[in-house]
Design a protein around this ligand. Structure first.
Ligand code: GLC
Length: 755
């Protein structure tokens, strides 16, 4: 039922007090019921990678007292899978578990852009790129909602840090907002129609997201046609009148004072009752949409979901380095593998805060490796360090001894839980010193070292990676991550993850370094569009591992790139790409074919290259296939705040396909023809803009040709200087030397409003 269909019933049946009560929750996790009208309460709960349904006797905000549920890989891992089909399956499983737990809306996915690797909540977000975030976020939403459970894409918008998150103002220019921080949300809303959106805690250019009419009504509903409900983040509303007027429909958690304030606001005429009716209609639409969740659903098999979590973790791991093809290990080899590091025995597999899940079971890599080892392969273990992270010489010595007597040492490292979480940001990108020292000592006695990482936010590898022949980035990979790592190390699964966030060489190299996390309540997004690889590639900066990078146990070739400019036809496709991909190696594998576009003739600055499409393709050894991409006019466009729209300019575009942003296998120059971009012209426009305008130029030339002593057009040096001059200044300086007729023709034309 759409909101218009409900509004009359709402207006007729509910009292003002009941309407106001509906616009704030009942307790921490439920909406308000109105039994006399048959309006049921629905349950909303976290989270993005597992259902955190509080146990009946738990306190409302005790994160770690929830019912058991499958803890899937966190978004940092899932984002590295680059696999929309997989994420749809994970979303569907999340939805089924939510229904089983009586949850009607699952609060996720989180799709905020990873502006800085220091953000404490990056484990909960998908990528530094809006195409990866948008496409994979949309897949998760579709999966969850396919079960009749609503999703809540969050945190809308520009919530890219935890520092001061409830009051900091993200000061972002509109073009950057549109192209980077809103684009992922736009894709999710327009492609997957989430039933709810969660407004963020922070301000955007001074205006709280929860009270931001431009964001929640003009853009979200006016431009993107969002027809769902906007809820607040928990505790984000400081002014219920401003929020409901701006387009926020549901304040969470319950706030009786807000309900009373809304009643008073209507009674005293500060806001129209129709504003409440609109929000109530959206809430009732959500209740109606989730009505199916009350139907009985076949019970979830925890083992089936555990197996899916294992597959997802294996698909998400990124093989960063594999010198001498040290991996995969042969489980039937006659040798000892030393498993080193407490994380092998006590896995770190999820983040901290509201997304925390009480797992149904947890696989440790140590157990999984031991179980998978053949009869001649011995697996030894040494903790090497304590989870508390203090130096422990005995543990170190034990790990060195174990490594010295082993053929291969697999060292499990990563970020301790206290280093990254919702609620605070990181201050550095390093692994703990005790872990780096352990690796150094192990590498001193064994030259065949594999490092397996468990971390949500990226860690700097440059300082220690030379000690390891192979590095597998496992991320926070969920309850089955340990078994997935064993699958990958023993080659039962071929790694296919790709970095969805650049690994920088140093923190100082990161584009937001000078502007993160801001100060005195403001965080300036001074790097503008140049986030992640958009910055590193444009300034040609060396990185640890580039965006899109990931190795495989096989190899792939790219050939025969064909491009076809289709113009703007009925499907809106502008450029069609075709290429041949082949598996040229020994085993079956998956390649993520990435398409990057660079606009070489733009009238505005643009990143050197931007990801516009990707496909994950599985091929057997020797197999090849044709991969096709359709790029729309929008894919090639930039956003113009002065024209208030997306702009496609004619000119050459460099279109590259490859295996990462720095491993571009094929590039073509594609000439695109688009309608001329006519910018509104006025007396404040520059002489150069006038001379570039199809109608303005002749008028100005007539005027200049009749101006006594005009050097413009004759003296090149003068011409360059004058072109940036606002026309009104030129006219003022040339007063008395200009012919009246052409001057009046120009000024009359300029004052006619542009069509
Ligand atoms: C938290 C988080 C949000 C979560 C909500 C409910 O503060 O910002 O992601 O869904 O509150 O726990």
């Amino acid at each position: 039922m759409h909101e218009e269909a409900i509004a009359p019933a709402v207006a007729a049946g509910l009292t003002l007090e009941e309407k106001a009560a509906l616009l704030s929750g009942e307790g921490a996790w439920e909406t308000t019921a109105i039994p006399r009208l048959g309006i049921r309460s629905i349950v909303l709960t976290d989270g993005p990678h597992g259902v955190r349904k509080l146990a009946p006797d738990a306190e409302a905000f005790r994160f770690r007292s929830s019912l058991p549920a499958t803890c899937f890989p966190t978004a940092a891992a899932l984002g590295s899978s680059w696999d929309a089909d997989l994420l749809h399956s994970v979303g569907e499983a999340l939805g089924r578990e939510a229904r089983t737990a009586g949850v009607s809306v699952l609060l996720g996915p989180g799709i905020n852009i990873k502006r800085s690797p220091l953000c404490g909540r990056n484990f909960e977000y998908l990528s530094e790129d809006p195409v990866v975030s948008g496409h994979l976020g949309a897949a998760l939403v579709r999966g969850v909602q396919s079960t009749g459970v609503g999703s809540s894409v969050k945190h809308f918008a520009a919530n890219n840090q935890e520092t001061e998150r409830m009051r900091v103002s993200a000061d972002v220019d509109e073009r950057t907002l549109r192209e980077i921080y809103l684009a992922g949300f736009e894709h999710v809303v327009t492609a997957a129609a989430p039933w709810t959106v969660m407004a963020a805690y922070n301000r955007i250019n001074g205006v709280p997201a929860a009270h931001n009419h431009w964001l929640l009504t003009d853009v979200l509903r006016g431009e993107w046609n969002f027809d769902g409900l906007v809820m607040s983040d928990w505790g984000a509303v400081s002014d219920p009148e401003a929020s409901v007027t701006a387009g926020l429909d549901l304040e969470m958690p319950a706030n009786a004072a807000s309900a009373a304030r809304l009643v008073d606001a209507v009674r005293t005429g500060r806001i129209e009752e129709a504003v409440l009716d609109r929000a109530v209609a959206r809430l009732l639409t959500l209740v109606a949409r989730t009505a199916g969740t009350t139907d009985s659903v076949s019970p979830v098999d925890p083992e089936t979901h555990h197996a899916l979590a294992r597959r997802a973790a294996a698909e998400s791991a990124v093989l960063l380095k594999n010198q001498d093809s040290l991996l995969p290990l042969d489980p039937d080899a006659r040798m000892t593998v030393a498993v080193v590091g407490e994380f092998a025995r006590t896995p770190r597999f999820q983040g901290a805060g509201s997304s925390w899940v009480n797992p149904t079971q947890v696989d440790s890599a140590l157990d999984a490796l031991t179980a998978a080892a053949g009869e001649h392969l011995d697996v030894s273990f040494a903790a090497g360090f304590t989870l508390a992270g203090e130096p422990d010489e005995a543990l170190l010595a034990e790990a060195v001894a174990a490594s010295a007597s082993a053929g291969i040492a697999v060292v499990f490292l990563g970020l301790p839980e206290g280093e990254e979480s919702e609620g605070f940001d990181r201050t550095h990108l390093h692994l703990p010193d005790v872990q780096v020292r352990l690796l150094e000592e192990v590498a001193r006695v064994n030259s065949h070292v594999v490092v397996v990482l468990a971390n949500g936010g990226v860690v700097q590898t440059a300082a220690w990676q030379h000690h390891a022949k192979a590095i597998l980035e496992g991320w926070l990979n969920g309850q089955a991550g340990g078994a997935a790592v064993a699958d990958l190390l023993f080659g039962r699964v071929n790694p296919s993850g790709r970095l969805a966030e650049t690994v920088p060489l140093r923190l100082q190299d990161t584009p937001s370094y000078l502007n993160f996390p801001g100060s005195e309540g403001v965080v300036p997004y001074g790097e503008r569009l140049y986030v992640g690889y958009r910055y590193y590639d444009t300034v040609d900066m060396p990185v640890g591992y580039p965006f899109g990078h990931g190795l495989s146990y096989t190899t792939f070739s790219y050939s025969d790139l064909h491009t076809e400019v289709l113009g703007e036809n009925e499907e809106g496709v502008a450029v069609r790409l075709r290429l041949t991909l082949a598996n040229t190696g020994p085993v079956i594998g998956k390649e993520v074919v990435q398409v990057y576009v660079g606009d070489v003739d733009a009238s505005v600055d643009r990143p050197l290259r931007e990801l516009k499409a990707f496909q994950k393709v599985e091929l057997a050894p020797g197999q090849q296939t044709t991969v096709t991409f359709d790029l729309s006019a929008r894919d090639l466009s930039f956003y113009s705040p002065t024209l208030h729209r997306w702009v496609l300019e004619s000119g050459d575009f460099h279109v590259s396909v490859g295996s990462s942003s720095r491993d571009l296998r094929l590039t073509a120059t594609v000439p695109v023809t688009a309608p001329p971009v006519v910018r509104p012209l006025g007396m404040a426009s520059s002489v150069g803009e006038w001379l570039a305008h199809p109608e303005g130029a002749p008028l100005l030339r007539d005027l200049l040709n009749t101006t006594k002593g005009s050097a413009l057009g004759t003296d090149p040096e003068i011409s360059r200087m004058i072109e940036s001059l606002p026309l009104e200044r030129l006219l003022a300086m040339s007063a008395g030397r200009m012919d009246a007729a052409p001057l009046s023709r120009l000024t009359e034309w300029a004052t006619v409003p542009a069509p």
